[in-house]
Write a new protein. Structure first.
Length: 256
């Protein structure tokens, strides 16, 4: 999770701990210039210790920086619902600018998605969009939550809105192509895929989706060529792994 500027500013302005409340977050070996920096560093090294230290700091006037660090530690510990709830509470606390609060709600939404809670994720992303309505990434995040819920129409609407804000985003075109494909709008999905490939030739995710569309029309040779290109250029990515699985399926003898 990125550092939210107002949290960093608050941490910079916090008084240093007295001898009575020294904690692991005062250990300069962690790096950073304040407890917040050190707490975030500790979430990567030992998230359980970071959570404990953040909670202790929170009750001794650590404020929002301590709360946010605790949420980051909860994500690292894969306690996604707890992290999401904490981030939502922080977003509703009305601290910082609208854009900074939108970032917090976006983090909450992504934590809810990690918890496989699409409805709660949608609510958090909607809170973020209420504060920053012209952010294509927030629209794309809410579309991912809609896709998780198999609400392809909502996903399509959000991605179309995002593409009106930035028509050059190949990643958004492929997300919309996937939604339209699932929604049965295959011709429009193919149009989005080809548009993405004009922006980014050999884009693995676009080739993966195009191969699937080709296979559904009976073009096995074309599907194989697209998926082989993904494996060759994907560099071990998730797209390359999926393409290899589909190639393996094509290679299996058909049952008689």
């Amino acid at each position: 999770m990125p550092i939210v500027p107002f949290l960093l500013a608050m941490a910079m302005g916090s008084p240093p701990g007295s001898r009575a409340d020294l904690s692991v977050l005062d250990d300069g070996a962690l790096g950073g210039h304040n407890r917040y920096d050190r707490c975030l560093a500790l979430t990567r090294r030992d998230p359980q210790l970071a959570l404990s230290a953040a909670k202790s700091w929170e009750v001794s006037a650590g404020g929002s920086p301590a709360t946010h660090c605790a949420a980051v530690a909860l994500v690292a510990l894969k306690r996604y619902p707890d992290a999401a709830r904490q981030l939502d509470r922080l977003g509703h606390a009305n601290l910082g600018s609208a854009l900074e609060r939108a970032e917090i709600f976006d983090q909450a939404g992504n934590a809810w998605l990690l918890a496989s809670r699409g409805g709660e994720a949608t609510a958090s992303f909607s809170s973020a969009l209420a504060l920053s309505p012209n952010d294509p990434d927030l629209l794309a995040d809410r579309a991912r939550a809609a896709a998780f819920l198999r609400d392809w129409k909502a996903a399509d609407l959000d991605l179309s809105s995002a593409l009106k804000l930035d028509a050059s985003r190949a990643d958004l075109l492929i997300l919309r192509a996937s939604a339209r494909h699932a929604f049965g709008r295959k011709a429009e999905a193919r149009t989005d895929v080809e548009a993405a490939l004009r922006i980014l030739p050999n884009y693995p995710e676009a080739l993966l989706e195009r191969g699937t569309l080709k296979l559904e029309t009976g073009d096995t040779k074309g599907a194989r060529a697209d998926w082989e290109a993904v494996v060759a250029t994907g560099g071990g990515s998730a797209a390359a792994e999926t393409a290899q699985q589909r190639l393996n399926t094509l290679a299996r003898p058909k049952a008689k």
